[in-house]
Design a binder for this molecule. Structure first.
Ligand SMILES: *[C@@H]1O[C@H](CO)[C@@H](O)[C@H](O)[C@H]1NC(C)=O
Ligand SMILES: *[C@@H]1O[C@H](CO)[C@@H](O)[C@H](O)[C@H]1NC(C)=O
Ligand SMILES: *[C@@H]1O[C@H](CO)[C@@H](O)[C@H](O)[C@H]1NC(C)=O
Ligand SMILES: *[C@@H]1O[C@H](CO)[C@@H](O)[C@H](O)[C@H]1NC(C)=O
Length: 307
């Protein structure tokens, strides 16, 4: 367990090999059928960064950054937009024809993720996946749709019908194996300056809801950093507190990230604890915030940054 943890930390500590991320581009689509009508959402992602939205009323991309067109010409982008418009309608019609009767409830959620990932030396991997009602349904590989085990009979039926449409599986395959890697590489080049930027985290401490009588929940907030890999731990002296619970790293909406790391301690033992943050933007100078110094009252304590 400890060994695994160390491996995980090695992967998370900035500066390790994990910084060489594979180049990937993927589109996430969510189609919801409710009260006799469909609502579609789509977004395009370069790695972990959203760079495209989809304007459903015009059926066109919204480019979130000046470089979100990569090196594609307007003509090529319009071809892609046309493909998505046709695909959105196609998925909707396919679902109505083949699957609607299987979902008698009043709401159906379809989630689709499709795109490509380029690994140096290994070429590209494409990963179209479909989930229905939040559960894996089917995936596409080697020009063939395959049902997921969880998809059961419905997924086998859908795959069988889809695989009969050879023209459309060929088109999908070409888009994923030719267009997607070219688009992804062009975007990666165009967005290099953005992708390589370093934004320092801000950190502060607070106390969360008491976990029980005589106990405190110390919360270390770390926010506004880029890129995503970060390391956060509660420490006493140099000793890492294994009880640290790290939340998920969540998007802030402006391209930066935030997370919280909490520690449940007996009230008398909080003094001397500190939250330590390592991030590539800090140039090796960790942020360390001490609990309780310059306390502003029992429920809200600001830490002091010591470098
Ligand atoms: C369902 O849609 C109809 C029109 O399509 C609308 O009049 C009605 O208010 C909607 N009902 C709900 C519960 O949203
Ligand atoms: C979406 O398209 C509509 C119709 O072309 C346009 O009026 C609207 O401004 C677009 N929205 C965004 C956010 O680009
Ligand atoms: C893909 O399909 C072709 C022909 O059906 C087959 O020869 C090949 O081995 C398959 N490749 C993989 C990776 O499944
Ligand atoms: C765009 O950039 C990629 C990768 O650098 C390159 O392979 C491609 O030829 C360029 N041009 C177009 C139109 O895709």
């Amino acid at each position: 367990m400890l060994f695994l943890l160390l491996l995980l930390l090695a992967a998370l500590i900035p500066g390790s090999d994990s910084e060489i991320e594979p180049v990937s581009y993927h589109v996430i689509r969510i189609s919801t059928f409710h009260n006799h009508s469909w609502v579609h959402l789509a977004s395009g992602w370069l790695g972990e960064l959203q760079i495209h939205s989809w304007n459903i009323s015009s059926g066109t991309f919204i480019f979130l950054y000046p470089w979100s067109r990569g090196n594609f010409s307007n003509r090529e982008l319009m071809d892609l937009e046309r493909f998505f418009r046709v695909h959105i309608i196609g998925v909707q019609e396919f679902f109505m024809d083949h699957l609607m009767s299987e979902y008698p409830g009043d709401q159906v959620d379809l989630q689709m993720a499709t795109g490509c990932e380029l690994h140096s030396g290994k070429g590209f991997i494409s990963f179209p996946h479909v989930a229905i009602q939040g559960s894996d349904f089917m995936s596409f590989q080697n020009k063939t749709w395959s049902p997921s085990p969880k998809g059961g009979r419905k997924a086998r039926k859908a795959c069988k019908a889809l695989n009969l449409r050879q023209g459309s599986t060929e088109r999908e395959h070409r888009l994923l194996s030719v267009t997607c890697p070219r688009f992804a590489l062009g975007l990666f080049d165009a967005g290099k300056a953005h992708l390589q930027q370093q934004v320092k985290p801000e950190a502060w401490l607070s106390s969360g809801p008491s976990p029980g009588p005589g106990h405190l929940l110390l919360v270390c907030h770390v926010s506004g950093f880029y890129p995503k890999p970060v390391w956060v731990m509660w420490i006493r002296g140099e000793k890492e507190q294994q009880g640290t619970q790290r939340g998920d790293i969540l998007p802030n909406g402006d391209g930066t990230w935030h997370l919280q790391a909490t520690l449940d301690v007996a009230a008398g033992e909080a003094a001397g604890l500190a939250c330590r943050v390592k991030h590539s933007s800090l140039g090796g100078q960790d942020l360390v915030l001490y609990w309780g110094e310059k306390g502003l009252g029992p429920n809200w304590r600001w830490g002091v940054v010591v470098r």
